[in-house]
Design a protein around this ligand. Structure first.
Ligand code: HEM
Length: 416
């Protein structure tokens, strides 16, 4: 048994800030090894990548999530004591509640709601010279997910709430003002949603059974108790925030269609399944989640390497999605690669790998895919627009990243 090769730098936190999404991949290339140990924020951390690494990373006998999320991420992106930090039966109990929101009927309802907002927004955009699609999509999704979840949203608060959900996501990997904005945004959102949970429980506000607000407000833990109000707010925000974040994928979808117009024509002519594989390729090709972390539950050996109990391990999500061992010509945008894809749960991991119910794979992955497919339909079949000159590039050092212009579109017309 050998120890995992160590990076020579005393601490690599600054290199992580510089290299961003490419941090693990670049280090692997420089060191000529697949797995290495480095220090991040002075903490010994193992970094690994690849299909087999993902298989072991999602083995819940070997890894736990308790203790894996840094405080600064809990204060912005995740909140405290949410499903992301749970293990064993406590995780399973909470995750079942999330997955119960993702049944086919419930997803259909989300799409009906989202569709009605796309229609309203296109009518509004027709009256404007040009729009920044990222900001508009965040608002559209915020309205859709609040309606779907049973969360009342006053007209005058839409903009601020949508911005706040965006700021929590934007704070990931940030120091300074971006981190601070994320923290303030979380405080506001937890206060708002915490009050709502209390009102639902006191019957001051009626919400439909089966909605996220109802399910979370009345969810019972293993001990039979309701969730603490603050934790319930964190969990309801765990539905609202990431749904608003689908705006990032919608922008990348718009850019993909703009830069690869052949797919527009093929989708218009009804080519089989093309929307689905295009959406999969957008999730593979464009950067969103850079990495995920877990803690070694008990000492074990893998490929001759020793994993010590309590060690933090990062799985390289972005690197895996651009790994030539897993994807031919990974830096080419090529949806056709998914035509005969085997559906392996450990290769296409933009929203985590493994299994949804037993593991930590994203609870909202199906909703994300369906939401994006509907966005493709609107962008191609239900509206026309022009894409004025703008800077569509994005930086891989910034986590999360976004095209610099936010994707401006102009001369929008609704198609009959
Ligand atoms: C977990 C990404 C949309 C709810 C995750 C994870 C990732 C992720 C990487 C962690 C996987 C892991 O820890 O191994 C994304 C991306 C999205 C998205 C890129 C698109 C914008 C959604 C949506 C929802 C959602 C729409 C809910 C409606 C959750 C929840 C978890 C999670 C509750 C925690 C699951 C657990 O710990 O068991 N997501 N997600 N996500 N996501 Fe998403």
């Amino acid at each position: 048994m050998t120890t995992i090769p160590k990076d020579k730098n005393f601490d690599s936190s600054l290199i992580l800030l510089r290299d961003g999404y490419e941090f693990i991949q670049k280090k692997r290339e420089n060191l000529g090894i697949d797995i290495f140990s480095t220090r991040l924020m002075l903490k010994e951390t193992i970094c690994m990548s690849g299909k087999e690494a993902a298989e072991v990373f999602y083995d819940t006998e070997k890894f736990q999530r308790k203790g894996a999320t840094p405080k600064r991420v809990q204060k912005t992106l995740f909140g405290q004591k949410g499903v992301q930090t749970l293990d064993n039966s406590a995780h399973r109990q909470r995750k079942e509640m999330f997955m119960s929101l993702m049944k086919p009927d419930s997803l259909r309802r989300f799409l009906e709601i989202q569709k009605s907002y796309w229609e309203k927004y296109i009518s509004k955009w027709e009256k404007e010279e040009q729009i920044i699609l990222f900001n508009e999509a965040q608002e559209l999704l915020c309205r859709a997910v609040c309606t779907w979840s049973g969360v009342p949203l006053r007209e005058e608060e839409v903009q601020q709430r949508a911005k706040d959900f965006g700021a929590m996501v934007d704070a990931f990997g940030a120091i300074g003002p971006r981190h601070w904005r994320g923290k303030q945004a979380r405080k506001r959102a937890e206060k708002w949603i915490g009050n709502l949970i209390k009102e639902i429980r006191n019957d001051k506000i009626h919400v439909e059974k089966g909605t996220a607000a109802h399910s979370i407000a009345f969810h019972r833990e293993l001990d039979g108790k309701l969730l603490d109000t603050k934790v319930a707010a964190v969990e309801l925000i765990n539905v609202l925030r990431p749904t608003v974040a689908i705006a990032t994928y919608i922008i990348f979808t718009g850019i993909a269609l703009h830069q690869n117009p052949q797919y527009k024509k093929e989708i218009q002519t009804g080519k089989d399944n093309l929307t689905e594989i295009l959406v999969q390729e957008v999730r593979r090709f464009y950067p969103f989640t850079p990495m995920v972390g877990a803690i070694v539950r008990k000492e074990f050996e893998w490929k001759g390497y020793m994993f010590k109990r309590g060690r933090l391990v990062l799985l390289d999500i972005y690197g895996m999605l651009h790994d030539p061992e897993l994807w031919e010509d990974p830096h080419e945008f090529h949806p056709e690669r998914f035509i005969n894809w085997d559906g392996n749960p450990f290769t296409l991991v933009p929203q985590g790998g493994g299994e949804h119910l037993h593991g930590h794979r994203c609870a909202g992955e199906w909703l994300t895919i369906e939401s994006m497919k509907q966005a493709v339909d609107f962008l191609i079949n239900r509206m026309t627009y022009e894409v004025p000159d703008q800077d569509l590039t994005f930086s891989l050092s910034r986590m999360p990243t976004l095209p610099r212009s936010g994707f401006m579109i102009s001369k929008i017309k609704k198609l009959p």
